[in-house]
Design a protein around this ligand. Structure first.
Ligand code: UVW
Length: 333
């Protein structure tokens, strides 16, 4: 029995399986993974992660840079610890890691919303495929105890074999670095101009140039907020939401903070669905989101060769119960 009676409009809950926890990642089949290998022509690999201590000035106070220190035991810190013979040494360390501070995946448990999944007229907080806040994703506001996702944790993605065909759309080349909410028409225009061919099971990567703004600010040691935001998807464009639904892509990744434009939630009257792209992708369709990826070098290399597709390998940490994860994606061209 599905854990819901009603499913949200525009959702695919239950289409893969009533207990499914990986959503559209189900479309990444062995055949599609094999086809992705055919995109490797030169054997050159690009690392698509920022250093995880970037940004040193966090975008949100609850997302801080990693805090590394030596692992400890009764003898103290485990750094340059000498073996009994005094000739060999060992270092071990530990880290307080905010999983969504830098280059990251959002798990499907990252965002849900109030919805009457039971059909009893009362809205409860639910996540993708009807998993419940409290029972399945523990630690809601006001409760104490273990905080973790018993369902929809990032380990579900880690064991899904995150390797497939990546496709890049260079929004910076199309529209520059000024802040812009990108509609469906904008996106399709850029894809047409760049001759981007998207296939079912693809990872869609959107390059905006935001990674360069972040890295330049780091280099300057500047703590002023970034004024430019570059391109981000326009979640208020219903035709864009429908296009994403129809696209059969498994994930959207970008070098910006949130994939989508955030102007509306900062307005005096925010819309009822504050992050519509997150709502569609994480809550309704099970499309994974990757944020703050480092895409500059790959975008330049592909642009010079008028190429857009590559093999993408991007498993998150296999960290049971986490609602997100740092990631060091690799694109092989
Ligand atoms: C935002 O920062 C709005 O997105 P996320 O929580 O997915 O990082």
């Amino acid at each position: 029995m599905p854990r819901w009676v009603n499913r949200p409009e525009g959702s695919n809950w239950g289409d893969f399986a009533e207990d499914d926890q990986i959503g559209r990642m189900n479309l990444l089949t062995p055949e599609r993974r094999r086809a992705a290998m055919a995109e490797v022509q030169d054997g050159i690999a690009f690392t698509l992660s920022l250093p995880l201590n970037v940004p040193s000035i966090p975008f949100a106070p609850f997302r801080q840079p990693p805090q590394l220190s030596a692992a400890c035991d009764e003898e103290g810190g485990m750094f340059n610890r000498l073996d009994p013979d005094g000739q060999e040494t060992t270092c071990d360390d530990r880290v307080l890691l905010y999983t969504q501070h830098s280059t990251q995946w959002d798990a499907l448990s990252h965002r849900g919303r109030a919805f009457d999944a039971d059909g009893d007229g009362v809205a409860e907080l639910v996540y993708y495929n009807g998993f419940r806040a409290g029972d399945d994703v523990s630690g809601p506001v006001g409760q104490t105890g273990a905080t973790c996702a018993h369902a929809l944790g990032i380990e579900t993605l880690a064991t899904a074999g995150v390797q497939g065909r990546g496709v890049m759309v260079n929004l910076k080349a199309a529209y520059g670095i000024e802040s812009r909410a990108v509609t469906r028409d904008d996106l399709l225009r850029a894809m047409d101009a760049q001759r981007v061919e998207l296939r079912p099971g693809d990872f869609l990567l959107l390059y905006t140039g935001f990674d360069r703004l972040v890295l330049d600010r780091e280099a300057r040691g500047d703590d002023t907020p970034l004024t430019l935001a570059g391109c981000a998807l326009d979640g208020s464009d219903e035709s864009l939401l429908q296009w994403i639904t129809d696209s059969d892509i498994v994930a959207i990744c970008s070098d910006n903070v949130a994939i989508e434009a955030l102007g509306a939630i900062l307005s005096p009257e925010p819309p009822p669905i504050r992050l519509p792209i997150h709502d569609l992708c994480l809550f309704r369709q099970g499309i994974f989101l990757g944020e703050l990826w480092y895409l500059e070098e790959l975008a330049a290399w592909l642009g010079e060769r008028q190429r857009h597709a590559f093999l993408l390998t991007a498993p998150p940490l296999r960290l049971p119960g986490s609602v997100g994860s740092p990631v060091t994606p690799v694109a092989t061209v």
